[in-house]
Ligand binder design. Structure first.
Ligand SMILES: Cc1cc2nc3c(=O)[nH]c(=O)nc-3n(C[C@H](O)[C@H](O)[C@H](O)COP(=O)(O)O)c2cc1C
Length: 172
């Protein structure tokens, strides 16, 4: 799939077929995650790949109702910030670097015929704490977002997203 086609046709997918994701496919998603830009090339992220049904359900419990798609997902990737690797003068860039990695995962998933939905975790304290506890994370590793993944149950509709009034030319 062309890059622009992937960007224009990606939608959040929350219902999935009962079909496993091959290891090679997951590997491509992780490579995509690690291919994005990061501040001073800090690459201040780590990823937790989960296929285990019980663990996916516990991740859904940890994030609450908006994370229900995890209950039918074939797998999930939790994108984590790695504070020990972040840029010391401006550590908060880890949040942006994590978001770029997450976006690359959802785009690559779409390009490979998978459906995905980004499940917001950071900065919601109770979700961050619950996921950190579930995975026994060290303090330097912060849950950023969970990406639920699976083959889509149905095709998603295209839509027109362009809003000209959001664009300001040369000045506000
Ligand atoms: C930071 C962030 C957090 C999100 N959290 C959730 C979530 O918890 N549950 C969910 O179902 N969708 C979540 N989404 C997906 C959005 O609802 C979705 O991207 C938005 O409605 C636009 O739809 P689209 O992805 O199909 O373009 C999240 C998206 C982002 C970027």
């Amino acid at each position: 799939m062309e890059a622009l086609e992937a960007i224009f046709t990606r939608r959040s997918i929350r219902s999935y077929r009962d079909e496993a994701i091959a290891d090679e496919t997951m590997q491509l998603l992780l490579k995509a995650a690690m291919s994005g830009p990061s501040c001073v090339n800090a690459r201040d992220w780590s990823f937790i790949v989960v296929h285990d049904r019980e663990m996916l359900n516990k991740m859904a419990d940890a994030n609450g109702r908006p994370a229900e798609p995890l209950r039918s997902a074939a797998a999930a990737v939790m994108v984590c910030g790695d504070l020990n690797r972040s840029f010391p003068p401006a550590k908060d860039y880890w949040v942006i670097d994590g978001a770029i990695a997450a976006q690359n995962i959802v785009l690559a998933a779409h390009a490979l015929g998978l459906g995905s939905v980004w499940l917001g975790t950071w900065p919601q304290k109770e979700r961050v704490e619950a996921q950190a506890k579930l995975f026994g994370l060290p303090e330097s590793i912060v849950p950023h977002s969970v990406i639920a993944l699976g083959y889509p149950l149905k095709e998603s509709a295209e839509r027109d997203v362009f809003e000209s009034d959001r664009v300001h030319m040369e000045k506000w």
